[in-house]
Design a protein. Structure first.
Ligand SMILES: *Cc1c(COP(=O)(O)O)cnc(C)c1O
Length: 389
Protein backbone atom coordinates (compact mmCIF):
# COMPACT_ATOMS: atom_id res chain seq x y z
CA UNK A 1 0.00 0.00 0.00
CA UNK A 2 1.30 3.39 -0.98
CA UNK A 3 1.27 5.91 1.85
CA UNK A 4 -0.04 9.39 1.17
CA UNK A 5 2.58 11.94 2.16
CA UNK A 6 1.67 14.67 4.63
CA UNK A 7 1.16 17.79 2.60
CA UNK A 8 3.25 20.74 3.74
CA UNK A 9 1.72 23.83 2.16
CA UNK A 10 3.81 26.78 1.11
CA UNK A 11 1.73 29.05 3.35
CA UNK A 12 -0.98 28.16 5.86
CA UNK A 13 -2.86 31.11 7.31
CA UNK A 14 -5.32 29.05 9.35
CA UNK A 15 -2.83 28.11 12.06
CA UNK A 16 -2.31 31.79 12.83
CA UNK A 17 -6.01 32.64 12.67
CA UNK A 18 -7.47 29.99 14.93
CA UNK A 19 -6.24 31.17 18.36
CA UNK A 20 -7.44 34.75 17.71
CA UNK A 21 -10.64 34.01 15.78
CA UNK A 22 -12.94 35.08 18.62
CA UNK A 23 -11.07 38.36 19.12
CA UNK A 24 -11.28 39.12 15.41
CA UNK A 25 -14.99 38.38 15.25
CA UNK A 26 -15.56 40.70 18.18
CA UNK A 27 -13.55 43.48 16.54
CA UNK A 28 -15.57 43.14 13.34
CA UNK A 29 -18.82 43.18 15.35
CA UNK A 30 -17.75 46.46 16.88
CA UNK A 31 -17.36 48.00 13.41
CA UNK A 32 -20.77 46.61 12.40
CA UNK A 33 -22.34 48.20 15.47
CA UNK A 34 -20.73 51.55 14.72
CA UNK A 35 -21.27 51.42 10.97
CA UNK A 36 -18.20 53.56 10.26
CA UNK A 37 -17.00 51.39 7.37
CA UNK A 38 -14.90 54.01 5.58
CA UNK A 39 -12.29 56.11 7.43
CA UNK A 40 -13.71 54.89 10.74
CA UNK A 41 -12.39 54.76 14.28
CA UNK A 42 -10.58 51.43 13.99
CA UNK A 43 -8.61 52.82 11.04
CA UNK A 44 -7.42 55.83 13.03
CA UNK A 45 -6.45 53.52 15.89
CA UNK A 46 -4.55 51.17 13.63
CA UNK A 47 -2.77 54.00 11.80
CA UNK A 48 -1.48 55.33 15.11
CA UNK A 49 -0.54 51.92 16.47
CA UNK A 50 1.27 50.75 13.35
CA UNK A 51 3.18 54.01 12.83
CA UNK A 52 4.25 53.94 16.49
CA UNK A 53 5.39 50.33 16.10
CA UNK A 54 7.55 51.45 13.16
CA UNK A 55 8.95 54.28 15.25
CA UNK A 56 7.44 57.14 13.23
CA UNK A 57 4.67 59.63 13.88
CA UNK A 58 2.21 59.20 11.03
CA UNK A 59 0.44 56.34 9.32
CA UNK A 60 -2.03 56.68 6.46
CA UNK A 61 -3.99 53.57 5.52
CA UNK A 62 -4.59 52.95 1.82
CA UNK A 63 -6.18 50.19 -0.24
CA UNK A 64 -3.04 48.11 -0.87
CA UNK A 65 0.75 48.18 -0.90
CA UNK A 66 0.88 49.16 -4.56
CA UNK A 67 -1.16 52.28 -3.83
CA UNK A 68 1.04 52.96 -0.81
CA UNK A 69 4.05 53.19 -3.15
CA UNK A 70 2.30 55.18 -5.89
CA UNK A 71 0.52 57.65 -3.61
CA UNK A 72 3.40 57.74 -1.15
CA UNK A 73 5.89 58.84 -3.81
CA UNK A 74 3.35 61.35 -5.13
CA UNK A 75 2.85 62.77 -1.63
CA UNK A 76 6.64 63.15 -1.31
CA UNK A 77 6.59 65.28 -4.44
CA UNK A 78 8.12 62.64 -6.70
CA UNK A 79 6.65 62.51 -10.20
CA UNK A 80 7.02 63.34 -13.84
CA UNK A 81 10.59 64.29 -14.81
CA UNK A 82 12.10 62.54 -11.79
CA UNK A 83 14.14 59.37 -11.92
CA UNK A 84 13.64 56.79 -9.20
CA UNK A 85 16.14 54.00 -8.57
CA UNK A 86 14.79 50.55 -7.69
CA UNK A 87 16.05 46.96 -7.82
CA UNK A 88 15.30 44.82 -10.89
CA UNK A 89 14.53 41.84 -8.69
CA UNK A 90 11.45 42.76 -6.74
CA UNK A 91 7.76 42.05 -6.92
CA UNK A 92 6.33 43.92 -9.90
CA UNK A 93 4.23 46.13 -7.60
CA UNK A 94 7.34 48.15 -6.73
CA UNK A 95 7.70 49.05 -10.40
CA UNK A 96 3.99 49.71 -10.89
CA UNK A 97 3.99 52.02 -7.87
CA UNK A 98 6.94 54.01 -9.23
CA UNK A 99 5.40 54.26 -12.71
CA UNK A 100 2.04 55.38 -11.34
CA UNK A 101 3.71 58.21 -9.46
CA UNK A 102 4.69 59.55 -12.89
CA UNK A 103 8.42 59.11 -12.27
CA UNK A 104 10.84 57.23 -14.53
CA UNK A 105 12.02 53.94 -13.02
CA UNK A 106 15.75 53.23 -13.21
CA UNK A 107 16.62 49.63 -12.39
CA UNK A 108 19.81 48.39 -10.79
CA UNK A 109 21.15 44.92 -10.14
CA UNK A 110 21.36 43.12 -6.81
CA UNK A 111 23.90 41.52 -4.53
CA UNK A 112 24.22 37.81 -5.36
CA UNK A 113 24.39 36.72 -1.72
CA UNK A 114 21.53 38.69 -0.20
CA UNK A 115 19.49 39.41 -3.36
CA UNK A 116 19.11 42.98 -2.03
CA UNK A 117 19.69 46.07 -4.18
CA UNK A 118 23.37 46.63 -4.95
CA UNK A 119 24.07 50.10 -3.60
CA UNK A 120 27.34 50.42 -5.54
CA UNK A 121 25.35 49.87 -8.73
CA UNK A 122 22.74 52.30 -7.43
CA UNK A 123 25.36 55.00 -6.98
CA UNK A 124 26.50 54.52 -10.58
CA UNK A 125 22.92 54.90 -11.80
CA UNK A 126 22.50 58.33 -10.23
CA UNK A 127 22.01 61.23 -12.67
CA UNK A 128 21.09 64.87 -12.13
CA UNK A 129 17.44 63.78 -12.50
CA UNK A 130 17.56 61.15 -9.75
CA UNK A 131 15.15 62.19 -7.06
CA UNK A 132 14.60 59.11 -4.96
CA UNK A 133 15.70 55.57 -4.26
CA UNK A 134 13.20 52.83 -3.42
CA UNK A 135 15.07 50.14 -1.49
CA UNK A 136 13.05 46.93 -1.20
CA UNK A 137 13.56 45.06 2.06
CA UNK A 138 13.23 41.84 0.13
CA UNK A 139 12.20 38.59 1.81
CA UNK A 140 12.12 40.36 5.19
CA UNK A 141 15.73 41.59 5.28
CA UNK A 142 16.42 45.31 5.37
CA UNK A 143 18.77 47.03 2.97
CA UNK A 144 21.57 48.57 5.08
CA UNK A 145 20.12 51.80 6.58
CA UNK A 146 23.52 53.38 7.20
CA UNK A 147 24.65 52.79 3.62
CA UNK A 148 21.33 54.06 2.28
CA UNK A 149 21.55 57.22 4.38
CA UNK A 150 25.15 57.80 3.27
CA UNK A 151 24.12 57.54 -0.36
CA UNK A 152 21.01 59.68 0.08
CA UNK A 153 22.89 62.39 1.97
CA UNK A 154 25.74 62.49 -0.52
CA UNK A 155 23.47 62.86 -3.55
CA UNK A 156 20.49 64.56 -1.91
CA UNK A 157 18.04 61.75 -2.63
CA UNK A 158 14.80 60.83 -0.93
CA UNK A 159 14.63 57.32 0.53
CA UNK A 160 11.20 55.75 0.08
CA UNK A 161 11.25 52.22 1.51
CA UNK A 162 9.25 49.37 0.04
CA UNK A 163 8.73 47.56 3.33
CA UNK A 164 5.89 45.34 2.08
CA UNK A 165 7.84 42.22 3.12
CA UNK A 166 9.48 43.60 6.22
CA UNK A 167 7.02 44.54 8.99
CA UNK A 168 9.15 45.21 12.09
CA UNK A 169 12.40 44.13 10.47
CA UNK A 170 15.48 45.75 12.03
CA UNK A 171 19.04 46.47 11.05
CA UNK A 172 21.81 48.65 12.47
CA UNK A 173 19.41 50.02 15.06
CA UNK A 174 16.78 51.08 12.51
CA UNK A 175 13.34 49.63 12.06
CA UNK A 176 11.82 49.13 8.61
CA UNK A 177 9.81 52.20 7.73
CA UNK A 178 11.91 54.62 9.77
CA UNK A 179 14.95 55.19 7.54
CA UNK A 180 13.70 57.61 4.96
CA UNK A 181 11.03 60.22 4.43
CA UNK A 182 8.31 57.59 4.10
CA UNK A 183 7.73 53.88 3.57
CA UNK A 184 5.10 51.63 2.07
CA UNK A 185 3.63 48.53 3.71
CA UNK A 186 1.22 45.93 2.38
CA UNK A 187 -1.26 43.94 4.47
CA UNK A 188 -2.00 41.38 1.77
CA UNK A 189 -3.10 38.26 3.70
CA UNK A 190 0.17 36.33 3.39
CA UNK A 191 2.46 39.20 4.44
CA UNK A 192 4.00 39.07 7.92
CA UNK A 193 1.08 41.22 9.07
CA UNK A 194 -1.89 40.37 6.88
CA UNK A 195 -5.49 41.55 6.67
CA UNK A 196 -8.43 39.43 5.50
CA UNK A 197 -8.27 41.04 2.12
CA UNK A 198 -6.17 43.79 0.62
CA UNK A 199 -4.70 46.67 2.57
CA UNK A 200 -1.71 48.96 2.75
CA UNK A 201 -0.18 51.88 4.59
CA UNK A 202 2.33 54.66 4.19
CA UNK A 203 4.22 55.57 7.34
CA UNK A 204 6.10 58.84 7.49
CA UNK A 205 7.90 61.19 9.84
CA UNK A 206 6.76 64.14 7.78
CA UNK A 207 3.48 65.76 8.81
CA UNK A 208 3.00 67.43 5.42
CA UNK A 209 3.50 64.14 3.54
CA UNK A 210 0.88 62.53 5.80
CA UNK A 211 -1.53 65.39 5.17
CA UNK A 212 -1.06 65.16 1.42
CA UNK A 213 -1.67 61.41 1.57
CA UNK A 214 -4.90 61.85 3.51
CA UNK A 215 -6.04 64.08 0.68
CA UNK A 216 -4.76 61.87 -2.16
CA UNK A 217 -6.47 58.73 -0.85
CA UNK A 218 -9.73 60.64 -0.52
CA UNK A 219 -10.27 62.09 -4.05
CA UNK A 220 -7.70 64.80 -3.44
CA UNK A 221 -10.01 66.57 -1.04
CA UNK A 222 -8.51 67.93 2.17
CA UNK A 223 -12.10 68.73 3.12
CA UNK A 224 -15.34 67.43 1.72
CA UNK A 225 -16.17 68.47 -1.88
CA UNK A 226 -13.14 70.75 -2.11
CA UNK A 227 -10.47 69.18 -4.33
CA UNK A 228 -6.98 70.62 -4.29
CA UNK A 229 -5.11 67.55 -5.55
CA UNK A 230 -5.50 64.98 -8.31
CA UNK A 231 -6.29 62.19 -5.90
CA UNK A 232 -8.07 58.88 -6.02
CA UNK A 233 -10.15 56.56 -3.87
CA UNK A 234 -7.79 54.36 -1.87
CA UNK A 235 -8.62 53.73 1.76
CA UNK A 236 -7.80 50.88 4.13
CA UNK A 237 -11.26 49.56 5.09
CA UNK A 238 -12.27 50.05 8.70
CA UNK A 239 -13.09 46.34 9.00
CA UNK A 240 -9.62 45.41 7.75
CA UNK A 241 -8.08 47.90 10.18
CA UNK A 242 -10.08 46.31 13.01
CA UNK A 243 -8.68 42.91 12.06
CA UNK A 244 -5.16 44.33 11.87
CA UNK A 245 -5.57 45.99 15.30
CA UNK A 246 -6.19 42.56 16.78
CA UNK A 247 -3.25 41.01 14.95
CA UNK A 248 -0.59 43.70 15.50
CA UNK A 249 0.24 42.70 19.11
CA UNK A 250 1.04 39.17 17.87
CA UNK A 251 3.40 40.29 15.10
CA UNK A 252 6.53 40.14 17.29
CA UNK A 253 5.73 36.58 18.31
CA UNK A 254 5.00 35.55 14.70
CA UNK A 255 8.24 37.12 13.47
CA UNK A 256 10.15 35.28 16.21
CA UNK A 257 8.57 32.05 15.04
CA UNK A 258 9.64 32.81 11.45
CA UNK A 259 13.22 33.27 12.74
CA UNK A 260 13.04 29.96 14.61
CA UNK A 261 12.01 28.27 11.35
CA UNK A 262 14.78 30.02 9.40
CA UNK A 263 17.38 29.06 12.01
CA UNK A 264 16.31 25.44 11.76
CA UNK A 265 16.40 25.54 7.95
CA UNK A 266 19.84 27.19 8.10
CA UNK A 267 21.22 24.47 10.36
CA UNK A 268 19.72 21.54 8.49
CA UNK A 269 20.70 22.89 5.08
CA UNK A 270 24.35 23.53 5.97
CA UNK A 271 25.54 20.05 4.88
CA UNK A 272 23.84 20.63 1.51
CA UNK A 273 25.82 23.77 0.60
CA UNK A 274 28.54 21.59 -0.90
CA UNK A 275 25.84 20.01 -3.10
CA UNK A 276 24.77 23.35 -4.52
CA UNK A 277 21.82 24.14 -2.26
CA UNK A 278 22.55 27.59 -0.88
CA UNK A 279 20.22 29.77 1.21
CA UNK A 280 20.04 33.50 0.52
CA UNK A 281 22.44 35.08 3.01
CA UNK A 282 21.23 36.83 6.14
CA UNK A 283 23.38 39.89 6.73
CA UNK A 284 21.15 41.50 9.34
CA UNK A 285 21.20 38.94 12.16
CA UNK A 286 18.13 38.81 14.37
CA UNK A 287 16.47 41.71 12.55
CA UNK A 288 15.54 39.60 9.52
CA UNK A 289 11.80 38.81 9.68
CA UNK A 290 11.81 36.09 7.00
CA UNK A 291 8.72 36.92 5.03
CA UNK A 292 10.11 34.24 2.73
CA UNK A 293 12.86 31.65 3.06
CA UNK A 294 14.74 31.39 -0.23
CA UNK A 295 17.34 28.89 -1.37
CA UNK A 296 19.25 28.60 -4.62
CA UNK A 297 19.77 25.41 -6.56
CA UNK A 298 23.07 26.48 -8.12
CA UNK A 299 23.31 25.98 -11.89
CA UNK A 300 26.88 24.90 -11.41
CA UNK A 301 27.08 22.62 -8.43
CA UNK A 302 23.63 21.14 -7.95
CA UNK A 303 22.95 17.76 -9.57
CA UNK A 304 19.30 18.57 -10.11
CA UNK A 305 17.92 21.76 -11.60
CA UNK A 306 15.42 23.89 -9.82
CA UNK A 307 12.36 22.84 -11.81
CA UNK A 308 13.05 19.12 -11.36
CA UNK A 309 13.69 19.64 -7.66
CA UNK A 310 10.46 21.56 -7.17
CA UNK A 311 8.53 18.95 -9.11
CA UNK A 312 9.88 16.12 -7.01
CA UNK A 313 9.24 18.01 -3.79
CA UNK A 314 5.70 18.70 -4.93
CA UNK A 315 5.10 15.04 -5.73
CA UNK A 316 6.11 14.29 -2.15
CA UNK A 317 3.68 16.81 -0.74
CA UNK A 318 6.04 19.76 -0.25
CA UNK A 319 4.86 22.95 -1.87
CA UNK A 320 7.40 25.57 -2.87
CA UNK A 321 7.31 28.89 -4.74
CA UNK A 322 9.56 31.16 -6.81
CA UNK A 323 9.94 34.78 -5.78
CA UNK A 324 10.27 35.83 -8.54
CA UNK A 325 10.69 33.87 -11.76
CA UNK A 326 11.12 36.87 -14.10
CA UNK A 327 12.74 40.16 -13.09
CA UNK A 328 10.78 43.37 -13.58
CA UNK A 329 12.90 44.69 -16.45
CA UNK A 330 12.02 41.63 -18.56
CA UNK A 331 8.27 41.65 -17.94
CA UNK A 332 6.48 42.02 -21.30
CA UNK A 333 4.22 44.82 -20.03
CA UNK A 334 7.23 47.06 -19.49
CA UNK A 335 9.21 46.35 -22.65
CA UNK A 336 8.75 50.02 -23.55
CA UNK A 337 11.20 50.94 -20.78
CA UNK A 338 13.86 49.61 -23.14
CA UNK A 339 15.65 47.13 -20.93
CA UNK A 340 16.93 43.81 -22.30
CA UNK A 341 18.04 40.44 -21.21
CA UNK A 342 21.63 40.72 -19.95
CA UNK A 343 21.18 44.19 -18.41
CA UNK A 344 21.14 42.83 -14.85
CA UNK A 345 22.98 39.53 -14.93
CA UNK A 346 22.84 38.82 -11.22
CA UNK A 347 19.10 39.36 -10.89
CA UNK A 348 18.57 37.31 -14.05
CA UNK A 349 20.75 34.45 -12.80
CA UNK A 350 19.09 34.41 -9.38
CA UNK A 351 15.67 34.13 -11.02
CA UNK A 352 16.80 30.87 -12.59
CA UNK A 353 18.09 29.36 -9.35
CA UNK A 354 15.89 30.49 -6.48
CA UNK A 355 12.95 28.76 -4.91
CA UNK A 356 11.06 29.41 -1.70
CA UNK A 357 10.52 26.82 1.02
CA UNK A 358 7.40 26.61 3.19
CA UNK A 359 7.50 29.48 5.72
CA UNK A 360 4.73 30.56 8.06
CA UNK A 361 4.29 30.87 11.82
CA UNK A 362 3.31 27.49 13.17
CA UNK A 363 5.39 25.40 10.78
CA UNK A 364 6.68 22.63 13.05
CA UNK A 365 10.23 21.37 13.56
CA UNK A 366 9.23 17.98 12.20
CA UNK A 367 7.76 19.58 9.06
CA UNK A 368 11.01 21.51 8.55
CA UNK A 369 12.98 18.31 9.01
CA UNK A 370 10.71 16.64 6.47
CA UNK A 371 11.26 19.43 3.92
CA UNK A 372 15.05 19.30 4.20
CA UNK A 373 15.09 15.50 4.39
CA UNK A 374 13.13 15.34 1.15
CA UNK A 375 15.54 17.73 -0.60
CA UNK A 376 18.38 15.55 0.64
CA UNK A 377 16.83 12.36 -0.67
CA UNK A 378 16.04 13.92 -4.06
CA UNK A 379 19.69 14.96 -4.40
CA UNK A 380 20.97 11.56 -3.29
CA UNK A 381 18.63 9.75 -5.65
CA UNK A 382 19.59 11.98 -8.56
CA UNK A 383 23.27 11.52 -7.76
CA UNK A 384 23.05 7.74 -7.82
CA UNK A 385 21.08 7.87 -11.11
CA UNK A 386 23.83 9.98 -12.63
CA UNK A 387 26.53 7.66 -11.39
CA UNK A 388 24.79 4.54 -12.70
CA UNK A 389 24.03 6.14 -16.08
C1 LIG B 1 3.27 42.60 -1.76
C2 LIG B 1 4.25 43.57 -2.23
C3 LIG B 1 3.86 44.82 -2.75
C4 LIG B 1 2.45 45.20 -3.07
O1 LIG B 1 1.52 45.06 -2.11
P1 LIG B 1 -0.02 44.83 -2.50
O2 LIG B 1 -0.70 45.04 -1.20
O3 LIG B 1 -0.13 43.44 -3.01
O4 LIG B 1 -0.40 45.84 -3.52
C5 LIG B 1 4.86 45.73 -3.08
N1 LIG B 1 6.15 45.42 -2.95
C6 LIG B 1 6.56 44.22 -2.49
C7 LIG B 1 8.03 43.97 -2.37
C8 LIG B 1 5.62 43.26 -2.14
O5 LIG B 1 6.04 42.07 -1.70
Amino acid sequence: MRSVPNIIPFVDLTAQHQPIAAQIEQAIQTVLRRGDYVLGQALTEFEQAFAAACGVQHGVGVACGTDAIALGLQACGVGSGDEVILPANTFVATLIGVLRSGATPVFVDCDPKTALIDLVAAEKAITPKTRAIVPVHLYGQMVSPTQLLDLANTYDLLIFEDAAQAHMAEREGYRAGSIGVAAAFSFYPSKNLGAMGDGGMVVTKDESVAQMLRSLRNYGAPRKYFHTDYGTNSRLDTIQAAVLNVKLPYLGEWNRDRRRIADKYNTLLRPLHSQGILPIHNQSGAGHVYHLYIVRALKSGCVVDREALQEQLNSQGIQTGIHYPLPCHLQPAFANLGYRSGDFPIAEALCQEIFSLPMYPGLTDSQITQVVGTIESVLAHQDSRKISA
